[in-house]
Write a protein that binds this ligand. Structure first.
Ligand code: FES
Length: 109
């Protein structure tokens, strides 16, 4: 299974793209690919690393590393609209086949 993570800026320009890894946050995945996503507190408390979830909401684990210390927006179906990339990651238990997936996030700041 391959999951590509794409992060756009607020104008929808692709800024970063990397391949997922399990058990780490989006910002750590990026770091392992020599990409530096701006992070401040690193523990889910400040929104500096926040992204809107554009696609594949069901694969994103808001609590992959720890519990967010700030409130995140949900849509009408109770799906989270945002993820903090310093603590959020991918629900590996959902991805068990050999297909390719693409997760798209959009920087909020
Ligand atoms: S860096 Fe503060 S919430 Fe992610």
């Amino acid at each position: 299974m391959v999951v590509k993570v794409k992060i756009n800026d607020s104008n929808w320009n692709l800024v970063w793209e990397f391949i997922w890894e399990d058990n780490i946050s989006f910002s750590k995945m990026a770091e392992k690919n020599n990409i530096e996503i701006p992070v401040s507190c690193g523990m889910g408390a400040c929104f500096a690393c926040a992204c809107k979830i554009v696609s594949w909401n069901e694969f994103i684990d808001i609590w992959k590393i720890s519990v967010p210390l700030v409130d995140l927006e949900v849509d009408d179906n109770n799906n989270y609209k945002d993820v903090l990339t310093c603590i959020g990651g991918i629900k590996s238990e959902y991805i068990k086949d050999n297909n390719e997936y693409e997760i798209i996030l959009q920087k909020m700041i």
